[in-house]
Design a protein around this ligand. Structure first.
Ligand code: FES
Length: 397
């Protein structure tokens, strides 16, 4: 008969083990008995006041372990799993000295670190340099020697042995599940949650607002964008103002081929929301560099590889500065290759061919802004973009 107050008694730990019922609740034991446990097992089962299985308590280990089954109390000779020492004692002795030397020097390097820290000041650049060298060097030496020593220790002092631990089914046994069910039901009963409908219902009512609260948080995402993402503030007649100087510009002032400047719509340069979509890049080309063609149709395919001729002024083309990948400002320009590069993810657009994508994750060309000149010779917009600017999304091709 096992000691019912000592859950770590010997046994194979399985449900059929005679020590197993010691971990079960009373009701479970009855169920186990009626479901076929032997009479002997049932006879060993303690009474209702015996120890109860606590949820989370592991069953006795069934695996081969480092401890003998009875903890060695019986004084029986138990076969060792691990060799007592290395195979070659002479070699191990040499390794021992080497390991000790590594550890001693590592300790001295650590002491040196402390000394350097206390004695080398950092009052000048030279002293900072010396301090960094001394501290870094001593610390690096310490860790290096500790690592070497530990490696030598493992490789030459410890015996080489291969251990195998068996895996066992992890599913709960019927007894464990029954114990959990009983504990759960007892807990529910003790908490009065079932018996007191007033408390139960008022608690449920109290938590309803908590469940609905996330819906209200959706409001913080702001109003629905509607069609606002499809348009910018550009409209016919708005002058192009140079970003930074806030001055309008004429085609004659922007006459150097290869030049690039950022411009915005007059009256909106200080409006961050408007400029988030309306920022434009002006590029001046040499005659013959631009590949002209018709505009992409709104709502149609946006893979355009030409510049719209009557949307330019004297070989000056205006493209949206907002990258069609994720909206970064695409404003790095290679004069010789006519490539506009977005620095965020390296989308590259070919400026002479309608800013079509030639590299990177963007899927649409940079939209072209139709431009002309007003009666004073200043560059103006002829309309808004005929394509939405900025990143693609599911409603936009
Ligand atoms: Fe321009 Fe990603 S935002 S490449």
């Amino acid at each position: 008969m096992s000691d019912t107050n000592s859950p770590g008694q010997p046994g194979n730990g399985g449900p059929g083990d005679s020590s197993w019922p010691e971990y079960l609740t009373g009701a479970e034991r009855h169920g186990a008995t009626s479901s076929g446990l032997s009479g002997a097992s049932a006879a060993e089962t303690p009474g209702r006041g015996g120890p109860r299985r606590v949820i989370g308590t592991p069953p006795p280990a069934a695996a081969r372990t480092m401890l003998p089954p009875d903890g060695g109390a019986a004084g029986r000779e138990v076969a060792r799993e691990l060799p007592a020492g290395p195979e070659d004692p002479a070699r191990a002795k040499r390794a021992e000295k080497l390991v000790a030397a590594c550890f001693i020097i590592a300790g001295l390097a650590g002491l040196a670190f402390l000394v350097f820290y206390g004695t080398i000041g950092v009052g000048s650049l030279t002293r900072v340099l010396h301090s960094n060298l001394a501290l870094g060097g001593s610390m690096a030496l310490m860790f290096l020697l500790l690592g070497i020593g530990a490696t030598l220790w493992v490789r030459h002092l410890m015996p080489t042995v291969e251990l195998t631990e068996q895996r066992h089914p992890m599913a709960s046994t019927p007894q464990e599940r029954a114990a959990f069910k009983e504990t759960f039901n007892e807990g529910a009963e003790t908490s009065q949650f079932v018996k007191r409908p007033l408390v139960r219902r008022s608690l449920i009512a109290a938590t309803v607002p908590l469940a609905v609260a996330p819906l209200f948080l959706l409001r913080d995402l702001g109003p629905l964008p509607g069609t606002s993402l499809d348009y910018t503030v550009w409209r016919k007649g708005l002058r192009l103002l140079v970003y930074g100087t806030n001055r309008p510009i004429t085609a004659a002032e922007f006459s150097t081929p290869g030049s690039i400047i950022s411009v915005g719509p007059a009256g909106y340069l200080a409006d961050d929301d408007a400029m988030a979509k309306a920022a434009v890049t002006l590029i001046k080309f040499r005659p013959g560099e631009i590949v002209y063609g018709p505009p992409a149709k709104p709502g149609g395919p946006t893979v355009r590889n030409t510049v719209v001729p009557n949307w330019t002024v004297d070989n000056i083309v205006a493209y949206s500065k907002i990258c069609t990948h994720l909206g970064c400002p695409a404003a790095l320009y290679e004069q010789t290759t006519h490539r506009i590069l977005c620095p965020c993810h390296q989308s590259t657009f070919l400026a002479t061919e309608g800013a079509r994508v030639i590299f990177g994750p963007a899927t649409r060309p940079l939209p072209q802004l139709p431009i002309g000149v007003d009666s004073d010779g200043y560059l103006i917009a002829l309309s808004d973009f005929n394509q939405p600017v900025g990143p693609s999304f599911w409603e936009r091709s």
